[in-house]
Design a protein around this ligand. Structure first.
Ligand SMILES: C[S@@+](CC[C@H](N)C(=O)[O-])C[C@H]1O[C@@H](n2cnc3c(N)ncnc32)[C@H](O)[C@@H]1O
Length: 217
């Protein structure tokens, strides 16, 4: 994960950190990159009328952009009640977007209830917190459980394939994983300097497709 505003990665696993961050700064903040960078992948893999989960949604504009781009049913969850209330207030006129406080490690949804799950920085957040591997495994198990047969888990991550693929290629999840590079946006000189300190030159979109029917609709 990368943010010039927080030097201590372990804080990303803490609710108090996120609540304070969203209390202090109510402006939308886009981790990694914006919807345009993953738009074609969303259209290739998500159905407009499918039920989509955006997990660890934060106050990113992605779900609103997807809504205006034709995706009709997007459930958004985040651990922070502060940001969820802000997003409820902000998007109350937008039918098809719902918001819930939920811990990604203990998701309360029924088995096979989503056609697609979008994770933009969620597993990276868990991997930078306490009990990182256990947290990421709990989350991934829930993702696999709540996806419908033929469903897609799409994860935008800063983690390189050598690190993420061994974790995602778990036979318990019965999905096939493909990964595609996503260019990093260069926003400012500060951002360029920051990016150069990392040993990756791009982000990675991990596209996990479960076996089974995937009726188009
Ligand atoms: C790196 S930010 C990504 C936000 C947004 N997806 C984006 O792309 O801009 C991680 C988000 O995950 C949330 N979060 C942290 N731990 C969580 C957990 N255990 N369950 C659900 N959300 C969590 C944080 O509140 C934060 O909004």
């Amino acid at each position: 994960m990368s943010s010039s505003s927080n030097p201590d990665g372990s804080q990303y696993g803490r609710l108090a950190y996120w609540d304070q961050r969203y209390t202090d700064d109510k402006e939308p903040f886009e981790w990694y990159t914006n919807y345009n960078s993953i738009r074609s992948n969303c259209h290739s893999h998500f159905r407009p009328n499918g039920k989509i989960l955006n997990v660890g949604c934060g106050n990113s504009l992605v779900s609103e952009d997807m809504h205006f781009d034709g995706f009709n049913d997007i459930v958004n969850v985040d651990l922070s009640g502060v940001v969820i209330q802000q997003m409820i207030d902000k998007t109350q006129a937008l039918n098809g977007l719902t918001w819930q406080v939920m811990d990604a490690r203990y998701m309360e949804f029924d088995d096979e209830s989503f056609d697609a799950i979008l994770d933009k920085g969620m597993i990276d957040t868990l991997l930078s917190g306490d009990n990182s591997i256990e947290s990421a495994q709990k989350f991934s198990s829930h993702v696999a459980r709540i996806l419908k047969p033929g469903g897609i888990y799409m994860c935008l991550s800063s983690g390189i394939p050598n690190e993420r693929l061994p974790m995602l290629n778990n036979q318990d999840y019965s999905w096939d994983v493909e990964c595609v590079p996503i260019a990093k946006p260069v926003i400012s000189e500060v951002e360029v300097k920051f990016n150069l300190e990392e040993d990756t030159s791009c982000y990675w979109l991990y596209i996990c497709k479960t076996g089974g029917d995937d009726e188009e609709g």
